[in-house]
Design a protein around this ligand. Structure first.
Ligand SMILES: Cc1ncc(C[n+]2csc(CCOP(=O)(O)OP(=O)(O)O)c2C)c(N)n1
Ligand SMILES: [Mg+2]
Length: 361
């Protein structure tokens, strides 16, 4: 991996960094091309609001997605509604495509139930323990194969996750059992403060596919049409029973690792500025303007719509009144005497001081 992981342009691309067409444009109706744009704008606005809410103490720690929208949104648009998404924690764009809800926000406010709220949309709970979700995704895909249904599982993870044993075990199993899944590696250049060139001595992350006898493909992860095209092709391969693929989507995280991180401690602002010139939203907007699909008025409408949607889910999420006793419910399948004692002590404190005294100001 070179120091600038985007420098070797050996990947699938539809748009160049200025948004000009340089590769095959997928055959999509205008409505779909616009829906991809709308979802990318919504993801960016959601992200900005979430970082701001964290700064105001209205949500907990948050992992920003800015810069990575094309990969998340483009790939998800290529799936059937029943296909499963198993994600790490930063892929809010994939969630947006499946439908942003107040329940999703409640997770980031600290309510565990929010993490399970996307099950009906075929999005598995997010996973902070790096790479743990990858064997789960392969197991889900294997289950689908054994049952004979044609669901494909797309598993997102980062460049850092590829150094975990779970990644290797899952990729090996998937190769041998030809499970219908896609390993979607969002190579954003960093694993917190650890750069991609120190993550692996391999030339690319996609090259790791060779070791497991599966296909590997590298795509420009800041180009929504390329990520759409590649994902559609590899998902259809998997659905036809032709096995899994490792996709490396090359991209960059504009913001901090999480709101608890200060990237100025380990990376140069000039590097961030170079990547901002490849902003997926600007590139895609140029493409849509060239096709006369958007103009200033349409863009303003889409931005207003995004503001309204996000404001609506924030209002709804903030009006949610969780039962604080719920924190004891799932600590163990059967409560231990210690948990029971803590619950009782907590209930006494609730009676004495009232529920509001346990909420943030
Ligand atoms: C098993 C495990 N080890 C370490 C951590 C701490 N940790 C949280 S995020 C992260 C970096 C992950 O980087 P990457 O997979 O590239 O994803 P990104 O955050 O860049 O999207 C680490 C090491 C963790 N959550 N789980
Ligand atoms: Mg990373």
């Amino acid at each position: 991996m070179s120091a600038d992981h985007y420098a070797e342009a050996d990947f699938v691309r539809t748009l160049d960094p200025d948004g000009r067409v340089v590769g095959d444009v997928p055959d999509l109706a205008d409505e779909r091309l616009l829906a991809i744009y709308r979802d990318m704008k919504l993801t960016r606005h959601f992200d900005e609001r979430m970082v701001s809410l964290q700064r105001q103490g209205r949500i907990g720690t948050y992992a920003p997605a800015a810069g990575q929208e094309a990969s998340q949104v483009g790939s998800t648009h290529a799936l059937a509604d029943d296909d499963w998404i198993v994600y790490q924690y930063r892929e809010h764009g994939a969630v947006v495509v499946r439908g942003l809800s107040a329940a999703y926000l409640t997770y980031w406010m600290g309510h565990e139930a929010g993490n399970a709220s996307l099950i009906d949309q075929h999005v598995a709970p997010l996973n902070i323990t790096i790479a743990d979700q990858i064997p789960h995704a392969v197991g889900m895909a294997w289950g689908a194969k054994l049952k004979g249904d044609d669901t494909v599982v797309v598993c997102h993870f980062g460049d850092g996750a590829t150094s975990e044993g779970d990644f290797h075990e899952a990729a090996n199993f998937a190769g041998v059992f030809e499970t219908p899944c896609v390993f979607f590696c969002n190579n954003n250049g960093w694993a917190i403060s650890h750069p991609a060139e120190r993550q692996t001595a391999a030339k690319t992350f996609a090259a790791k596919a060779d070791a497991y006898g599966i296909e590997g493909v590298r795509v420009d992860g800041m180009d929504p049409l390329a990520t759409y095209r590649v994902t559609r092709d590899v998902v259809e391969r998997a659905r036809r029973g032709e096995g899994p693929t490792l996709v490396e989507a090359v991209q960059y995280r504009f913001g901090a690792h999480t709101t608890a991180d200060d990237p100025s401690a380990y990376r140069d602002e000039a590097e961030v500025e170079r990547w901002r010139e490849r902003d997926p939203l600007d590139r895609y907007e140029t493409f849509l303007r060239d096709r006369d699909l958007v103009d200033d008025t349409v863009i303003e409408e889409i931005e207003a719509e995004a503001r309204e949607t996000v404001a609506g889910v924030i209002d709804e999420a903030e009006s949610f009144e969780p039962d604080p006793r719920a924190m004891f419910d799932d600590a163990f399948a059967d409560a231990t005497p210690g948990i029971d004692a803590q619950r009782e002590a907590f209930e006494r404190a609730l009676d004495e001081h009232g529920r509001d005294s346990f909420l943030r100001d």
